[in-house]
Design a protein around this ligand. Structure first.
Ligand SMILES: NC(=O)c1ccc[n+]([C@@H]2O[C@H](COP(=O)([O-])OP(=O)(O)OC[C@H]3O[C@@H](n4cnc5c(N)ncnc54)[C@H](O)[C@@H]3O)[C@@H](O)[C@H]2O)c1
Length: 249
């Protein structure tokens, strides 16, 4: 018996990286998943690999109309949505505050932060039809503390905001059995990391982590599956740091 049997999930930014692993794990655990991303080639390839319980829908998470269409598509294919993983995100330009343009600040916040508002807003009526649900918002340790290496203030601001949206949604919809929690990864080995750090940089990052390594996508999926499952039925409005001990230092 899968831990997510009967669940219908939407996962954003799921064509690669952590989102793709969440999609694989959700399917293994019995969920039906609408894989969404701006990357249609990657998303379609993954959905093709995962079989009939997966489908791809091209969604730019900054688009209000796109979200309405994605939720309608999930319902049409699989039924009311009972899990949402707001995972899509970007790091944006590496720049200190005085060097960051207003346009770049707004672009990063639109993708990392406004998207979580839009996704939640559109999914809640569907979760109410489903009789409840779980929203898992992917923030970062940059949403918990200031970190050397955070690319810019917009990344920090947007990841802190995700934590705030999560808590507010949790108290607004708890009585509808809709839970919301945020996940705060440290260094996780994905394209986002390998674009930002070379081999030497990854070694230095690994050495700085108390557990002695950077995280793998599977580490984060273990937590996301748990939060989406009924095992986490009394957990809402909480933040989960998954960083190998980095922020405990
Ligand atoms: N990798 C890390 O070390 C790390 C650490 C902390 C938090 N995070 C967060 O985890 C999440 C996933 O990161 P990842 O490392 O898997 O990144 P990734 O770059 O490998 O994947 C991100 C995905 O998001 C998609 N995307 C980008 N803009 C989009 C948009 N406007 N609409 C829809 N999809 C869009 C991309 O196409 C890509 O498939 C992000 O929110 C990121 O900020 C990552």
């Amino acid at each position: 018996m899968g831990r997510l049997n009967g669940k219908v999930a939407i996962i954003t930014g799921a064509a690669q990286g952590m989102g793709a692993e969440h999609a694989r794990r959700f399917i293994k655990e019995g969920a039906r998943v609408l894989i969404t991303d701006i990357d249609a080639a990657g998303g379609n390839a993954l959905a093709g690999d995962l079989g009939a319980n997966a489908a791809f829908f091209q969604l730019d998470v900054t688009s209000d109309a796109g979200w309405a269409a994605a939720v309608a598509e999930a319902e049409r294919r699989f039924g009311p949505v009972s899990a949402l993983v707001n995972n899509a995100g970007i790091i944006g330009s590496v720049a200190k505050c005085a060097d960051l343009s207003e346009g770049e600040f707004n672009r990063i916040c639109a993708i990392n932060q406004n998207s979580v508002f839009l996704g939640t807003k559109h999914v809640i009526p569907s979760m109410q039809r489903a009789g409840g649900g779980s929203i898992v918002n992917i923030s970062s340790i940059s949403g918990i503390v200031a970190i050397y290496g955070t690319p810019n203030v917009a990344y920090a601001a947007s990841k802190f905001a995700v934590r705030g949206i999560t808590k507010q949604v949790a108290i607004e919809y708890g009585k509808d059995s809709i839970r919301a929690n945020s996940v705060h990864p440290g260094y996780i080995k994905t394209k986002m990391m390998t674009d930002a750090l070379d081999e030497e940089g990854i070694k230095v990052a690994s050495a700085s982590v108390p557990i002695g390594r950077v995280g793998e996508v599977e580490d984060v999926s273990n937590l996301v599956v748990f939060l989406a499952s009924d095992e986490a039925g009394f957990i809402t409005g909480s933040e989960y740091i998954i960083d190998g001990g980095l922020t405990a230092l």
